[in-house]
Design a protein around this ligand. Structure first.
Ligand code: AMP
Ligand code: MG
Length: 356
């Protein structure tokens, strides 16, 4: 027989169970909403850019990804040296003729690149392009036998010296009042290829955050930034592949590496994908602006740093200056570390390799 007391107890238990069920449902809903991860892809700067972003609102994440891509397109329109209509191309066409007024952003970028040149004693130099062109002209790659230049050999010392006269960041004339850039010699040019991609990635992250997306990964062909955490609540995992996996003629000195990153950027400068082939010989696409020759010592440098701009500059510069000077340089960039091939690891790099 049920008494009023036991009926009350049954009712209370039922209420407790119902509340518990509702709570469990809410938690599941919350977790399920948190784990919403969206991906976007766009072709910008001549490469495929991937954005992964997590959050709870599908429309808001999609909107943030689209605005981030638009921002990267804007930077490309201003700073690309492949686009005829970019500000950088205008500066090149006006070399030796007249100063060119540019956007505040391009002006600031050139100022920043000059600072990096000073900081690295000229190892980083955006005016290196005429030298890159001199070496690239000699390549047989992409040419039919009839098109291969008769001088299909590395440039002579004389040619290098003549071209070096067009190189030097200290030749650039900036007018902050008019926001103008002037290259005083005909044939000079500016190449932001070693820095603009990193900057564009940082800007994409800034836009995503401004739209409330705190957790995201922006990958511009290996120049990437990992913001916050992934959908499992852990640091983002980035796999660096053994670059020689496909090239069996090389001795394997590398291995696949797994990095765990939160609010960190990583970039790689390597000569295994981009290089200049002359007479069957591979030359690095990064040149030492002081000698006018492609760098030789390091095949690849991977840098982890606080911003993608810094990582981009550092990976190029360390390729030029080598491991020892690279270690010295790191002291000026807090929290940065690098991994180089042939195998070398700076202090602090293993921190990103550990399982979190
Ligand atoms: P990255 O792949 O970021 O290291 O950039 C390489 C690109 O930067 C090359 O394709 C060149 O256009 C340019 N570059 C080559 N050598 C230098 C240098 N010493 N300083 C600045 N830019 C360079
Ligand atoms: Mg770079």
């Amino acid at each position: 027989m049920t008494t009023p007391n036991s009926r009350n107890q049954t009712l209370r238990s039922a209420i407790v169970v119902s509340i518990a069920l509702v709570l469990i449902f809410l938690v599941v809903l919350l977790v399920w909403q948190d784990s919403l991860t969206l991906e976007g892809e766009a072709r910008i700067m001549g490469i495929s850019i991937h954005i992964t972003a997590t959050g709870t609102n599908r429309d808001k994440i999609n909107e943030a990804i689209n605005v981030a891509f638009d921002r990267m397109r804007q930077i490309d329109q201003r700073m690309s040296d492949y686009r005829e209509d970019s500000e950088i191309s205008k500066i090149k066409r006006a070399a030796g003729k007249a100063p060119v007024a540019v956007s505040h952003e391009t002006f600031a970028m050139i100022q920043k690149a000059i600072e990096y040149s000073k900081q690295t004693d000229g190892a980083f130099d955006m005016t290196v392009r005429p030298l890159v062109a001199l070496w690239r002209d000699r390549t047989e790659e992409g040419k039919s036998p009839a098109q291969i230049p008769p001088n299909n050999a590395p440039p002579s010392e004389q040619e290098i010296l003549a071209t070096l006269r067009l190189v030097g960041y200290d030749k650039i004339v900036l007018d902050p009042a008019g926001q103008t850039v002037w290259l005083p010699e005909r044939g000079m040019s500016i190449d932001l290829g070693a820095i603009a991609k990193g900057y564009a990635v940082d800007e994409a992250i800034r836009v995503l955050r401004a739209h409330g997306v705190e957790n995201s990964l922006v990958n511009a062909g290996g120049d990437l930034y990992a913001a916050g955490i992934n959908e499992d609540g852990k640091p983002w995992t980035v796999l660096l592949r053994d670059p020689y996996e496909k090239d069996r003629s090389k001795i394997r000195v590398w291995k696949d590496l797994k990095l765990h990153l939160t609010d960190k950027a990583v970039t790689t400068s390597g000569n295994y994908e981009r290089y200049i082939l002359i007479g069957g010989q591979r030359f690095n696409h990064i040149l030492d602006p002081r000698t006018g020759r492609p760098v030789k010592a390091l095949d690849s440098v991977t840098v982890v740093a606080g911003s993608c701009l810094e990582a981009d500059v550092l990976s190029t510069v360390i390729t030029v200056v080598g491991v020892q000077s690279g270690l010295e340089l790191l002291k000026q960039f807090e929290g940065a570390s690098f991994y180089a091939i042939p195998e070398f690891q700076s202090p602090g790099f293993d921190r990103h390799l550990e399982e979190p």
